[in-house]
Design a protein around this ligand. Structure first.
Ligand code: CO8
Length: 260
């Protein structure tokens, strides 16, 4: 299968840019997640890399989140394998020792929002047509506790509570207001702003920054590590339910119909 992301490491600055290119919407399929996990690991081990910018090569979309087709009409073994790889990528991102910056140059629902929230800093393009948020309830599914934890750690308890129940998607300016993103800039400035921000992070001694980051995040990471298998079991039993499959089927049909 062809490559689902482009990785560019500038060894003179230590900055790597990972550009997602899984058309049409950068959905996170099993193949995408597997390649992403390998890329993250390679960069983590590469001493010439100190920070990674995540962005999209697709116009208008950062990532449509998890590939719904991986959660629809498949067997329990498939759901388990898929969920394990979702966990794997989140664990890698949330405990990443290097600097992670999201250059959100398009819509970023559900898994796309989760991935953004694992970064140390988020810069979003100012296009009001782009949305970001954990919209799971809109699909009739429930964001797992570690999605919730990630959001609580980013925007606080009350905002997460209202956001998760309604499955809210925020415009860039609203996302900035609640602190879901750190900066909103014109679309053509997303990458340059991400690079400038990275330079500020790079001025901090790595060891001190890494320990501070880990201090903030380790309890959240440990909570999933303590129950990975149970979390997989609970995902598989939830997603296999007829009622949940029916909701996902309706949502997929709605996505297709929306096109005029
Ligand atoms: N998975 C699979 N296919 C998708 C997805 C997706 N997440 N998103 C879009 N597609 C498909 C569309 O169905 C469409 O397919 P086709 O061409 O065959 O009709 C194609 O991609 C293009 O989509 P659009 O025409 O809608 O493209 P637009 O540019 O108009 O819009 C958007 C792009 C904004 C990304 C829009 O497609 C959208 O809103 N997509 C839905 C995103 C979404 O709701 N994602 C949620 C995924 S669930 C998740 O990430 C976390 C799950 C946690 C599970 C917990 C369970 C316990």
């Amino acid at each position: 299968s062809s490559s689902k992301m482009k990785v560019d490491l500038d060894t003179s600055t230590g900055i790597a840019v990972v550009k997602f290119q899984n058309p049409p919407v950068n959905s996170m399929s099993l193949d995408f997640l597997t390649e992403f996990s390998i890329s993250l690991e390679k960069l983590e081990l590469d001493k010439s890399c100190r920070g990674v910018i995540l962005t999209s090569a697709q116009p208008k979309i950062f990532s449509a989140g998890l590939d719904i087709l991986e959660m629809y009409g498949k067997n329990p073994e498939h759901y388990a394998e898929f969920w394990k790889s979702v966990q794997d990528v989140w664990l890698k991102l949330y405990s990443y020792s290097k600097i992670l910056i999201a250059g959100i140059n398009g819509s970023s629902p559900a898994g796309g929002c989760l991935m953004s929230m694992t970064c140390d800093y988020r810069i979003m393009a100012d296009n009001p047509r782009y949305g970001i948020g954990l919209n799971e309830t809109q699909l009739g599914i429930v964001a797992p506790f570690w999605f919730k934890d990630t959001m609580v750690n980013t925007v606080g308890h009350r905002t997460t509570e209202i956001s998760l129940q309604f499955g809210l998607m925020y415009s860039p300016s609203d996302a900035l207001k609640i602190g879901l993103v750190d900066q909103v800039v014109p679309e053509e400035k997303v990458l340059s702003t991400a690079t400038e921000t990275m330079t500020k992070f790079l001025a901090i001694p790595d060891h001190a920054r890494e320990i501070s980051k880990s201090m903030m995040r380790k309890p959240t990471v440990d909570r999933l590590l303590a129950c990975r298998d149970a979390d997989i079991k609970s995902f598989v039993s939830f997603i296999s339910k007829d009622s949940i499959q029916k909701s996902l089927g309706l949502y997929l049909a709605m996505l297709k119909q929306r096109k005029v």
